[in-house]
Design a protein. Structure first.
Length: 226
């Protein structure tokens, strides 16, 4: 299942996008690696091998299902860091492969992931407050253009989508800055990568990063950065 999902995702993502497959167990990682031999830009390993590395999309295989041994299940329960590494290695997409029924019954981190995914499948919520929402809409609005805020397209979430009368689209990532100076470099890389992944030439869509401070600048329209 995991290898099939990975191949399908590879075909759907833009050229050059990277995929990581994370699994708790080395033997399963070796099996998946053999099945995906020859598939470009795919990295397979345990959480330990992914520490310090990131991919545009991460597929996290939970493995556990009815019939799993008590020792293996105890290992999963004790490895909170494993879950954290797997989840935080994703720049843009996180996919979970596992038995939903099992984890709903079992509880723990698997149940929490299940519940978060259920929420994420609903409507996209605006994340940046009313003032930035209103400013962004005002500054992007142009004659003949439609501006939609907090939009999901092909699995990607964008802060704004500007559509012209010809159907050309501009997807905007509103960058409100890093939480701290120590996180600035990684934050900037992630925001720039998010914008790059929003570009879809086959659908006339270009992705841009827009620093939020530009909304307050005294100019007719904000400048966006690739």
């Amino acid at each position: 299942m995991c290898s099939v999902r990975t191949t399908s995702l590879r075909n759907a993502l833009p050229a050059g996008a990277t995929i990581g497959v994370v699994t708790p167990f080395a033997r399963q990682a070796a099996l998946i690696r053999r099945k995906l031999r020859g598939v470009e830009s795919v990295r397979v390993g345990t959480a330990h091998t992914f520490q310090g590395g990131e991919c545009d999309a991460i597929i996290f295989s939970l493995v556990a299902a009815d019939g799993i041994g008590s020792g293996a299940l105890a290992f999963l329960d004790e490895q909170a860091n494993l879950w954290n590494v797997a989840i935080t290695r994703a720049r843009a997409h996180l996919f979970i492969v596992g038995s939903s029924d099992f984890w709903v019954r079992r509880g723990g981190l698997g149940r929490r992931l299940h519940d978060e995914i259920a929420v994420a499948r609903g409507d996209v919520a605006w994340q940046h407050g009313d003032e930035l929402r209103d400013l962004l809409h005002q500054r992007l609005k142009q004659d003949g253009c439609q501006v939609d805020l907090a939009v999901r397209r092909s699995g990607y979430v964008m802060d704004a989508l500007v559509t012209t009368g010809t159907g050309a689209e501009t997807a905007v990532v509103l960058d409100t800055g890093a939480a701290s100076a120590a996180e600035f470099a990684r934050h900037l890389r992630l925001q720039q990568r998010r914008a790059a992944l929003l570009t879809a030439p086959d659908t006339q869509r270009e992705g841009y990063r827009l620093p939020a401070w530009q909304l307050f600048a005294n100019r007719p329209t904000p400048q966006v950065e690739a």
